[in-house]
Structures are given as C-alpha cells and as structure tokens.
Design a protein around this ligand. Sequence first.
Ligand SMILES: N[C@@H](CCC(=O)N[C@@H](CS)C(=O)NCC(=O)O)C(=O)O
Length: 226
Amino acid sequence: MEEVMKLYSHPMSSCSRRVRIALNLKGLKYECIIMTSVGDPELLKVNPIGFVPALVDGAIVVADSYAILLYLEEKYPQYPLLPQDIVKKSINYQVASIVSSSIQPLQNTTLVHYIGELVSPDEKLPWAQYHIRKGLVALEKLLVNHVGKYATGDEIYLADLYLAPQLDNAINRFKLDMTEFPVLLKLHNIYSQTPSIQQILAETVQPNTGGPDKSFFDFTKSKEEA
Ligand SMILES: N[C@@H](CCC(=O)N[C@@H](CS)C(=O)NCC(=O)O)C(=O)O
C-alpha cells in the first residue's frame, strides 16, 4: 500500500497553508502532523530550524514551504502552479518572493515576541502592521495590471498560494486597515469564496477545544505564556 505523505504543520501557519493549498489543488492525499511547539524534537528531526512546514514523502524529507512547493511541482505536475506566459510567471515569482522574504519573516511569531521583549509588548502589533503594510503597498502596485479573478488571471497560481494566507494574516490576525489595497482586498474576498483555499483558511484553533495550543501562533502572548 502506498504511504500517505506527512506534512508537519500548524493550522494557523501561513507557510503551512501555502503548501496545503497546493496539495489540495494537486489532489494529493496527506496527513497533517500538527506541531504545537517550535522546539518539538519530532519537528527538529525533519526541520532542524524548528519551523513548520516540513513534508515527508516516503523516504524523502523536504523542509521549508518554497522547497516543498518546487518539489511538489516537479514530482506531481498535475495542476501546474505556474502559468505558461513568461510575464505572468515572473509576477508569480515576485509575489512569492515578496511575501516569503519581505513580509512573513518580519511578522513571524518568534521575531514579534523578540520585538516585544527587546522594545516593549506594545510595539508588537505596530511592528507587524508596519512591515506587512510596506509589503502590501508593493504587491498592490505589482498586481494592479495583471489581476483577473485571481492574482495573475483566472486560474489559481503560485502567487495566490502565497497571497491568500498572508492576506488572511494581515486582516484577521494583525487587523490591518485594507482600504488602500482594493486589489488585494478583492483577492482576499475571492479566496474566501474559493473552496480549495477557504477550507484551509477556515481551520483556526479555538481555545479550550482540545485542539492544538493556539498560543504557538498568538503574537499577543509573551514567550513565557506561549
Ligand atoms: N521560510 C520558511 C519559514 C517558516 C516559518 O517561518 N514558519 C512559521 C510558521 S508560518 C513558524 O514555524 N513559526 C514559528 C515561530 O516563529 O516560532 C518557510 O517558508 O517554510
């Protein structure tokens, strides 16, 4: 019997969500191994940096959402994650890079907690909002002439995999005012009506439900509380 892929992840991790949307689109079965602590020895075995996501596909272990997405695209080419058109393709690369290099790392839980300790707990939210907003300004300009139903046309591509979880973070977690981003807001609304994406975004963690510890991704808590 074929082994089902395992994804070490957390329901509220935007990096895990990118991969889960890709797995959905490609129609691949996988089991989610939900991590509640960055120091979890099981997680460190598959990703020594201690972040989610990490994928185990038979004997192959791939950590980091970017590497996982490239791996999935090559091994499971059904539902291509990139358009053929070179201009649209380059927009997809740019969106993925802006989100993964210039937004998400600056609002990652570890860093936001660190800012809280180094500067003040009151600086956590403004810090995250400042960096997310800066990235969204660039993304809004980048997409204004390319947007269709989705980020770069009428199909869901790599750019959408990065945007959907990042916009959800911006709006629902970090309460960013989106009035200056009509294109991104329109995309956020479309994502919330697209079952293959919405199903993943809807999975949050309710406190006291016996589910995984929400504080792992709750930037408002101090490290000691989390
Ligand atoms: N470049 C990595 C970043 C991984 C990452 O930052 N993961 C976050 C969740 S989206 C995490 O594990 N955060 C826990 C923490 O900050 O302690 C990727 O794309 O997978």
